[in-house]
Design a protein around this ligand. Structure first.
Ligand code: CA
Length: 615
């Protein structure tokens, strides 16, 4: 890719002397008064704009510094904003050799309480949905003039037409399921010629893809979610962007991205980031290698780019009134940048929450990337939540295995036992599957009992449970057969679908059973604070059983699994005395039945028993 980009730079550089200055973009497109950070960096883009002299005469604003790069089409303005800056328009003047341009720049007033916004947390059940595949609320925007990829619902890897309006029209569905926060795969523009639906090859960091709606539509979605007590988590990508991104097609500087003579892919070994024995070659390739041939690897060590990305995140939090951010491929960016990003975000929003995708299969590896972890090298990512991949691995395999010293239910015992590694195990994102993995029902060989146990564990262990859309109706799909198969359209999301699984009548008997089971568990969890945030205590698994408790000073819930295929297991209550001694009876969370005889508990084969203890 290097030669192509170099050529582009030469072409633009060769034409600069003859042309007048132009301005096509200023980013961020607006800012707010009263932010804690009083610095603002404006990226100004337009032909030969670096040949101009910018000037700002506005009360409360000082132009402290102007940065030029090797590409004459960029100008970076560093502003200092005083506390007395008032909302309103500011004029920026750009004086060129042949002409002078002026632009208005708007400072908005912040929402009341913006800096105190509370991020998503373990009291809610999160729902992850892929917007192109959930519901098509507006068929008119499936195809947008000028955008590179056209809709094709017959193509597994094509655009299917789902959009923001489709999500808005199913907020009631999410509410009825009991969902408390919504993570949507990226909605910002992905104007790529093919395979653009997944959202991770961004072509514009500041605009919602027109096929999903507008920036205002996104704000409407957030407002409607908030009116229904659903928080919204925005998916952000700092490691890479599309090769069709406007600033990749006209690079501000050659070090804006990592470039190689030949295409060089990351080795995807994120542990090289901290492995004490890792070679420099492996470490460098992990961070600087490209994630995919269509995704340019961004160099966040470039301070102009780092500021650009940090401000973009803060802009979206303010603009869209967000409740959280999910960071894609956290370990693939420079870890110093992630830490700086986290500090900047939490300086503005101390009660916010952010979950970083840390796709690693060992507890110690995942823990390294969570903020507050006591790392051997002193590194602190400042990212409060990370993805519990070891737990996901167990949720998709343990119930299929026989009882053993390390296999079967023992997997959960060992995972929980390593929670001391984490900065905050109670803020881990717990999930059975997601948009990159085998759907959980398929991973469990479509065994309904195993699926139920997996869901129950996900919703009762420590941390923040996250359900991938369609799991509630047992949607199937195996990753290695193609990503389209794990991201199928939700049945009923499109006009003319043969059935509508958003309604009970449109679901098969088995889907209805699954939906009701999951919905019941979620609603029970929503009303049970001790399961959301109580302490965790477990007992050594034995005879195909595993028992743990969530508890605080006043409440106690027991979660007991029997993974034996045929035998009913009786648990001796005396063993759990330290947890249940102060209670007189219990209520079965799933049936509502009281349980008075507590010298032993019986658990049916391949099932979970959840008991809320009462005084
Ligand atoms: Ca549409």
């Amino acid at each position: 890719m290097k030669r192509i980009f170099t050529l582009l730079l030469i072409i633009s550089a060769g034409t600069l002397s003859a042309q007048e200055i132009e301005i096509s973009r200023i980013e961020p497109p607006n800012w707010w008064v009263g932010m804690n950070n009083n610095h603002l960096q404006l990226l100004v883009y337009g032909k030969n704009i670096s040949k101009s002299t910018p000037e700002i005469r506005h009360e409360g604003v000082t132009l402290t510094d102007v940065k030029r790069t090797e590409n004459p089409n960029y100008l970076f303005l560093n502003l200092m904003l005083d506390k007395n800056l008032q909302p309103g328009n500011m004029i920026i003047t750009f004086t060129g050799e042949k002409r002078t341009l002026t632009r208005e720049y708007f400072f908005k007033k912040r929402r009341n309480g913006s800096s105190e916004r509370e991020g998503f947390n373990s009291s809610e059940v999160m729902y992850l949905l892929m917007p192109d595949r959930f519901a098509n609320g507006n068929p008119e925007n499936d195809e947008v003039a000028g955008m590179r990829e056209k809709p094709d619902r017959n193509n597994n890897n094509g655009r299917h037409g789902g959009d923001i309006k489709g999500i808005i029209s199913h907020i009631d569905y999410l509410k009825n399921l009991g969902i408390g926060s919504l993570w949507i795969n990226p909605l910002v523009e992905n104007d790529n010629p093919e395979y653009s639906y997944h959202g991770y090859a961004i072509t514009d960091f500041y605009n919602i893809d027109a096929r999903y709606g507008s920036n205002d539509d996104y704000l409407s979605l957030v407002n409607k979610c908030h009116n229904n007590n659903i928080k919204v988590v925005m998916d952000m990508v700092f490691n890479h962007c599309s090769v069709y991104h406007w600033f990749i097609m006209d690079l501000p500087s050659s070090d804006w991205i990592h470039q190689f003579d030949d295409y060089t892919r990351s080795n995807f070994r994120a542990q090289t980031t901290f492995d004490p024995y890792a070679s420099d070659a492996d470490k460098t390739r992990m961070i600087t290698g490209w994630f995919d041939v269509h995704m340019a690897d961004l160099n966040q060590n470039n301070p102009l780019l780092a500021n650009y990305l940090i401000q973009n995140s803060i802009w979206w939090i303010e603009h869209a009134n967000l409740d959280g951010i999910r960071i894609d491929t956290q370990p693939y960016s420079y870890k110093s940048f992630i830490s700086k990003w986290g500090e900047a975000v939490f300086k503005e929003y101390p009660n916010f929450n952010v979950v970083g995708e840390s796709w690693l299969h060992k507890e110690a590896y995942v823990a390294y990337f969570q903020g507050g972890t006591n790392n051997f090298d002193g590194y602190d990512s400042h990212i409060p939540s990370v993805t519990d991949f070891p737990m996901r691995d167990a949720l998709s395999s343990a119930f299929k295995e026989n009882d053993g010293w390390v296999e079967g239910l023992a997997r959960f015992y060992y995972i929980h036992g390593q929670d001391y590694l984490y900065g905050d195990p109670y803020n881990l994102l717990v999930f059975a599957d997601n948009h990159d993995l085998d759907r959980i029902y398929s991973a469990l060989d479509t065994n309904f009992a195993h699926w139920k146990m997996s869901m129950a564990l996900m919703l009762t262990t420590r941390g923040l449970p996250c359900i991938y859309y369609g799991t509630e109706i047992l949607m199937q799909g195996i990753e290695h057969t193609g990503h389209g198969n794990i991201r199928k359209d939700f049945p009923g999301g499109w006009t003319g679908d043969t059935r509508n699984a958003f309604n009970g009548e449109g679901r098969t008997a088995k889907e209805e059973k699954a939906y009701n089971y999951l919905s019941k568990l979620i609603h029970w969890r929503n009303n049970n604070e001790v399961v959301q945030s109580g302490k965790f205590k477990h007992f050594i698994p034995e005879n195909n059983t595993y028992v743990y408790f969530r508890y605080n000073d006043d409440h106690c819930t027991m979660i007991a699994f029997n993974n034996h295929p045929t035998e009913i297991k009786a648990l001796d209550a005396v063993k759990y005395k330290e947890c249940i001694d102060n209670y007189t009876y219990a209520v079965n969370a799933l049936t509502g039945d009281p349980v008075y005889l507590m010298d032993s508990f019986s658990i049916q084969p391949k099932s979970v028993l959840i008991l809320d203890f009462k005084k």
